[in-house]
Design a protein. Structure first.
Ligand code: GDP
Ligand code: MG
Length: 296
């Protein structure tokens, strides 16, 4: 009998429901200016997921990042719609004195929690509260090949307490494969030594299967990414890539860079987990803190 009722039917219903309501997912990119953040946003939207832009054309809306700016696209994959919003931030840490340069970013993240909280505590709540909370924050590490800078550490230390931080090595095409691998190991060591817990956080592994899968990911983080918003012809196919004197670096080719790993983690394999941790951990601690202040 159970075989007949079947988990399949339940899964089908869930799938139909998400197809109707769709996913909402909010990403943020942060890091010093010139590290390829805006390019990466374009890469994400242009990479192989069919897309339906909403509103004005993307290019027209991002001339130069002077303030926090959000762009939303509805992307569709295998019949499932996803509303992907990416918030691009101006380069921080560009000043001589970088004290408190993280304030506007932390303020933005907290403002979204506050908005959600205000809707949630209303006596008559909306059936579905609009969710602008940042589910993941991609932090761009400059490709120095050395160690993390004090600024990187300080920034990630603060951010990781309120949001899921996914660090990436920016412009990885400027490093050799050996340099990439060594830099990656150093960054992992650095984060550990400073007690900074980036996504996927070890504390939140649900079970041993989760742990095995996430250990594999933790071993690869930060992903060494390359961004590009132009297409080129390679073997008769159009690919997103950077054309250099020596050839084309294809951003979607796993042999060339780890952009595909980043994209899959964010908008495929770990999308729901990122949302769950945002809601159950980060938003929850914001909520508890606010209700304790109790001036709501
Ligand atoms: P942002 O200030 O962080 O938003 O950086 P932009 O996306 O505006 O990129 C700054 C410059 O770096 C532009 O000239 C980009 O074409 C270039 N760029 C972006 N991504 C990459 C990359 O992965 N590798 C290399 N070599 N250059 C990149
Ligand atoms: Mg920019």
């Amino acid at each position: 009998l159970f075989g007949y009722v079947g988990i399949e039917a339940v899964l089908d219903q869930m799938r139909i429901k998400t197809m109707k309501t769709g996913f909402e997912f909010n990403l943020m990119v942060v890091g010093q200016s010139g590290l390829g953040k805006s390019t990466m946003v374009n890469t994400l939207f242009k990479s192989k997921v069919s897309q339906k832009p909403t509103g004005p054309d993307y290019e027209e809306r991002i001339p130069k990042t002077v303030q926090l700016q959000s762009v939303t696209h509805v992307i569709e994959e295998k019949g499932v719609k996803m509303k992907l919003t990416v918030t691009d931030t101006p380069g921080f840490g560009d000043q001589i004195n970088n004290e408190n340069c993280w304030d506007p970013i932390i303020k933005y993240i907290n403002e979204q929690y506050e908005k959600y909280l205000r809707e949630e505590i209303l006596i008559s709540r909306k059936r579905k509260i609009p969710d602008t909370r940042v589910h993941s924050c991609v932090y761009f590490v400059p490709p120095t090949g050395h160690w993390l800078r004090p600024l990187d550490l300080e920034f990630m230390r603060r951010l990781s307490k309120i949001v899921n931080v996914v660090p990436v090595i920016a412009k990885a095409d400027t490093l050799t494969l050996e340099e990439r691998a060594e830099f990656k190991k150093r960054i992992q060591k650095d984060l550990k030594a400073h007690g900074i817990s980036v996504y996927p956080q070890e504390d939140f592994d649900d079970n041993s299967d989760d742990r095995i899968l996430n250990n594999k990911i933790r071993d690869k983080i930060p992903f060494a990414v390359v961004g590009a918003d132009k297409e080129h012809q390679v073997n008769g196919k159009r690919v997103l890539g950077r054309k250099t004197k020596w050839g084309i670096i294809e951003v979607e080719n796993p042999a060339h860079c780890e952009f595909p790993l980043l994209r899959d983690l964010l908008i495929r394999s770990h999308l729901q987990d990122l949302k769950d941790i945002t809601h159950n951990v980060h938003y929850e601690s914001y909520r508890v803190q606010r209700l304790n202040e109790s001036n709501l």
